[in-house]
Design a protein around this ligand. Structure first.
Ligand SMILES: Cc1cc2nc3c(=O)[nH]c(=O)nc-3n(C[C@H](O)[C@H](O)[C@H](O)COP(=O)(O)O)c2cc1C
Length: 177
């Protein structure tokens, strides 16, 4: 069976620019023959604004837990907020634990500034590692996201396509480790 890889958009902010990045990644990968990709928006998984830990049986957490159970690997598209990651993304992740074990993950960090969210990624990495994800040794950064959003499709491809495809190959290979 083909691996299922969700592209998780980690912010619910109104007017979020990261949505365009996640959408671009999905459009780039949707015809990939090696895996099935789906855009998963944190907004649709936060019905109740409180942490629901893995040991709490919950209909609200079930959709995310189901996604995790069928996933082979993950792509996390996450913006930098005050050098950290959005609280809603942490609430989403905290709903599950064992299901993450040994699943490969790629971080795509996004910012309006020039560093592309690297400082956010440095905070996110220890959390994801503790949760059991097998992170790729490299992340992808999207700096100056407003400029990226305004680019033509050709320019977007020049900026990101090759990087994404290379890292997705690595995600699929790691899954087969
Ligand atoms: C609460 C908040 C804090 C932010 N802090 C940072 C930051 O520390 N560093 C940075 O480069 N950009 C920061 N930004 C700007 C985001 O990088 C910018 O909004 C970008 O478009 C990505 O996030 P978005 O998907 O919410 O649009 C912040 C934005 C918000 C809403």
């Amino acid at each position: 069976m083909h691996p299922y890889i969700p592209i998780v958009l980690g912010t619910a902010r109104k007017g979020r620019q990261s949505e365009h990045v996640a959408q671009y990644i999905y459009n780039t990968l949707k015809n990939n023959k090696e895996a099935i990709f789906e855009l998963v928006d944190v907004r649709n998984y936060l019905v109740e604004s409180r942490t629901i830990p893995p040991w709490e049986n919950s209909n609200i957490a079930k959709p995310w837990r189901d996604i995790v159970a069928k996933s082979s690997a993950f792509i996390f598209v996450v913006p930098e907020y005050n050098r950290g990651y959005p609280g809603e993304f942490k609430m989403l992740l905290d709903q599950e634990f064992k299901g993450y074990n040994k699943k490969p993950a790629l971080i795509v960090s996004v910012s309006s500034g020039g560093f592309g969210g690297v400082r956010m990624a440095e905070h996110l990495i220890p959390t994801l590692r503790y949760m059991g994800f097998h992170l790729l040794s490299q992340d992808i950064q999207v700096p100056k996201v407003e400029e990226f959003v305004k680019m033509s499709m050709e320019e977007k491809d020049q900026t990101l396509k090759e990087k994404i495809e290379k890292m997705v190959d690595a995600l699929i290979e790691k899954k087969n480790d």
